[in-house]
Write a protein that binds this ligand. Structure first.
Ligand code: HEC
Length: 122
């Protein structure tokens, strides 16, 4: 305290500014660390989920195929599940590929079942 009182005011102002700038940089760093932790958590969560076919559909397909839109021809175009699953894994054009990290094998089984029911005659 004794020392600070004796320092010229300008120096005090400068060092305070520097200290607060460093504080900002630090909290920016903390914010980034937290953001990256959060996105890692979200990624892990998406891998470990065990969603139903409907949940997967709503999460990954419904944006484009709202309520099954343009999927009416699945029975004709994909009579067997293997080809349908391969198509979903691969994607096509703007339709994104769906790797196992996003839809695991069990979820894909359930998704296909959901798609088959979607197209079952009412
Ligand atoms: C970004 C939009 C988009 C998303 C998300 C999307 N699709 Fe598609 N889907 C398309 C488009 C566009 C086509 C037509 C592709 C083509 O033939 O060029 C298509 C075609 C298909 C077809 C072929 C239909 C047929 O009879 O030929 C199936 C099956 C399909 N999508 C299933 C799915 C499933 C299941 C999901 C979710 C995992 C999904 N799509 C997510 C846009 C999307």
């Amino acid at each position: 305290m004794f020392l600070i009182n004796r320092l010229p005011p300008l120096f005090l102002v400068t060092s305070l500014t520097l200290a607060s700038l460093a504080g900002c940089a630090m909290s920016e760093e903390m914010r980034r660390i937290q953001l990256s932790k959060r996105s890692q958590q979200l990624q892990d969560a998406s891998r470990s989920t065990n969603l139903t076919g409907e949940e997967v559909f709503i999460r990954s397909c419904n944006t484009c195929h709202v309520a099954g839109k343009t999927l009416e021809n699945i029975p004709k175009d994909f009579p067997d599940d293997r080809a349908l699953k391969a198509y979903i894994r691969r994607g096509k054009g703007i339709m994104p590929a769906q790797p196992k990290e996003v839809i695991n094998d069990e979820e894909l089984d359930r998704l296909v079942l959901y798609l088959r029911n979607l197209n079952a005659p009412q």
